[in-house]
Design a protein. Structure first.
Length: 386
């Protein structure tokens, strides 16, 4: 079995996926634009072969790399990256080389928020009202229906970058004067917390593992540099599980980790926010592992290799993530105080480097407990500012 991994060295915690595929006898073939000597000895020992291109964004170079691997090793059985940025490249490769998985004609409905919204509506899934607005006149027409505030975000974007809360006409004028040339979608502003439906589907599209997390608005976290906190819940609500599994069937997902986001309003309604046809970023896969005492990288490799999910998937703990922005904020409690008070539930604490630090914070703590109240107390203690 041959599996191509784009940019296998980043994010670094996903190297374990390569290791587990290799253990199962899968040839793992890496493609990236990083020099071989910089990808790390662990990957060098795991990959069957590594093909360096000068620019991973140059599709012709990536195409030639895949053609080389096919010539040398035969048919490719799968291709993936752990980075949303490369989803379209993955889909093009699957289409051009007839590889199993999401094809190029399917990817737009998984990346463009307007097409996600359309798909949700067609399948009876509640969504925020909104549409693509190309100019201020179209936005004003929508605001007549929705009122202020509204949210404007790139129709085809990653995370909450370049997302704006527009509270009045002055904000609206500022937005159209300064926005990028991207296509934007405008939506009604929804008050509520974000809850997720995350998990893994097998080759038949059946959910073999699922979990849910709660966190704040990602737009506020990015735009206002707030402290990030995430916690998993021990029991997935029935309505969330029902809608999440409807989305899986709607998109016909197979052999992949998924990450769906919803608003939970104060009156208890669920409103679909977006789908992410990839593993969630940062430490969330580690949180899967700690909550259920499983190794998701091993189980994901099992699914890719057409093997069953082997471990007990019961959620045994709730898990919490607390991020700090140490370059921008001062905190009341030191590392030593945190370890002294919560060392019995801490799973790890570490510095985050690279692009994830902007969204998640540059220093993170992850803890687990069967007592969700204790985890909320832990988050407050870690993030208490001077």
């Amino acid at each position: 079995m041959n599996f191509i991994y784009l940019s296998p060295h980043y994010p670094p915690n996903f190297k374990a996926f390569c290791k587990n595929l290799n253990y199962l006898g899968v040839r793992v073939l890496g493609i990236a634009d990083t020099p071989y000597e910089e990808i790390g000895e662990d990957l060098q020992n795991t990959l069957t072969e590594y093909y360096k291109v000068s620019n991973l964004e140059d599709y012709d170079q990536v195409y030639r790399a895949v053609a080389y691997f096919i010539h040398k090793y035969g048919r490719i059985d799968g291709v993936a990256s752990m980075n949303e940025y490369w989803l379209e490249t993955e889909a093009r490769l699957r289409t051009d080389f007839n590889i199993e998985g999401i094809k190029i004609n399917e990817i737009e409905a998984m990346r463009k928020k307007s097409l996600m919204k359309q798909k949700f509506i067609e399948n009876g899934i509640p969504v925020a009202r909104g549409k693509v607005v190309n100019n201020i006149a179209e936005a004003e027409e929508l605001i007549k229906e929705l009122g202020y505030p509204i949210v404007a975000k790139p129709n085809k974007g990653v995370g909450a970058s370049n997302t704006y809360k527009i509270k009045n006409h002055e904000d609206l004028e500022d937005f159209f004067r300064t926005k990028t040339n991207e296509e934007y979608i405008a939506e009604e502003f929804i008050e509520g917390t974000i809850c997720t439906y995350d998990g893994l589907v097998d080759g038949n599209g059946e959910v073999v593992f699922d979990i849910s997390h709660i966190y704040q608005s990602v737009m506020d976290l990015v735009n206002y540099k707030k402290n990030v906190s995430i916690y998993s819940i021990g029991m997935i609500p029935d309505d969330l599980k029902e809608i999440g599994q409807k989305i899986i069937k709607t998109y016909n997902l197979k052999k992949m980790i998924f990450h769906f986001e919803f608003f939970r309003t104060e009156d208890g309604r669920l409103i679909a926010l977006e789908v992410n046809m990839r593993a969630p970023g940062g430490s969330m896969i580690d949180m899967f592992n700690y909550a259920a005492d499983v190794d998701m990288f091993r189980e994901w490799a099992n699914i890719i290799a057409n093997r069953p999910f082997e471990e007990d998937r019961t959620l045994k703990y709730c898990c919490a993530f607390a991020g700090r922005r140490t370059k921008e904020k001062k905190y009341a409690h030191s590392n030593e105080e945190i370890f002294k008070k919560y060392g019995h539930i801490l799973m790890f604490a570490d510095r985050i480097l690279g692009s994830f630090a902007d969204g998640m914070g540059d220093y993170v703590y992850v803890a687990r407990s069967k007592n969700i109240g204790l985890l909320r107390e832990f988050i407050d203690f870690v993030q208490w500012e001077e």
